[in-house]
Design a protein around this ligand. Structure first.
Ligand code: NAP
Length: 174
């Protein structure tokens, strides 16, 4: 099983602006069949994990829940109940990990974001790699990609449309 933080990011390291807007992202060109593409990635994913702000963003922007696999929402907030396979949890990700891993079956786990949640998984030893789609945009401020000190190893790099796509293996905490 591989645990991947797969995300788009600005050139200056933000997932979203200070108002959680992704407007900088959606007009960027990309080839859906190109390197490190989402369709190929999601095909191998058996469970996803995201923080409360990312989940709220999806509730606000997507009429339909886009995922079929179990989704773990890490939060202290009380969200409305849902018919989808969505599991609200909180606390230490090392404690949550066995249930998350089991829910993925033979497939992989996607840490959707945000950045601090991905870092919590890395610190717990449960983040294998990060794949970033780097857009040629700067925001100056916003929600950070990975707001803790960590060392990664560059594994692969490619171009997809306007994006530099890079895969990094998690190595160690700095
Ligand atoms: N560019 C992209 O492709 C991309 C990808 C992912 C996300 N995004 C966007 O980036 C932004 C990320 O927001 P964010 O940085 O605030 O991160 P987030 O992970 O979505 O949300 C952070 C919140 O999750 C809850 N949380 C995190 N860890 C927890 C834990 N261990 N136990 C309990 N609750 C925990 C806390 O909220 P509570 O305590 O209030 O519950 C925390 O404030 C969103 O706007 C999202 O839409 C963009």
């Amino acid at each position: 099983m591989t645990v991947t933080y797969y995300t788009a990011v600005t050139l200056d390291g933000f997932l979203a602006d200070e108002n959680d807007s992704l407007d900088w992202l959606f007009h960027q060109e990309q080839d859906p069949n190109g390197p490190m593409n989402y369709a190929q990635f999601i095909d191998g994913v058996g469970a996803i994990v995201m923080g409360a702000t990312t989940y709220q963003w999806l509730l606000d922007h997507d009429d339909n829940w886009p995922y079929e696999m179990p989704a773990w929402i890490v939060t202290h907030r009380a969200f409305p109940s849902t018919d989808h396979d969505i599991r609200f949890v909180q606390g230490d990700v090392a404690t949550l990990w066995p249930d998350v891993a089991a829910s993925a079956g033979e497939k992989d786990v996607w840490i959707v974001g945000g950045g601090d949640l991905a870092a919590q998984f890395a610190e717990a030893g449960h983040l294998d790699r990060m794949i970033v789609y780097i857009a040629p945009v700067t925001l100056g401020a916003g929600r950070p990609l990975f707001p803790r000190r960590f060392d990664f190893e560059l594994v692969d790099v490619a171009r997809n449309g306007n994006f530099v796509c890079a895969e990094y293996a998690t190595t160690s905490r700095m």
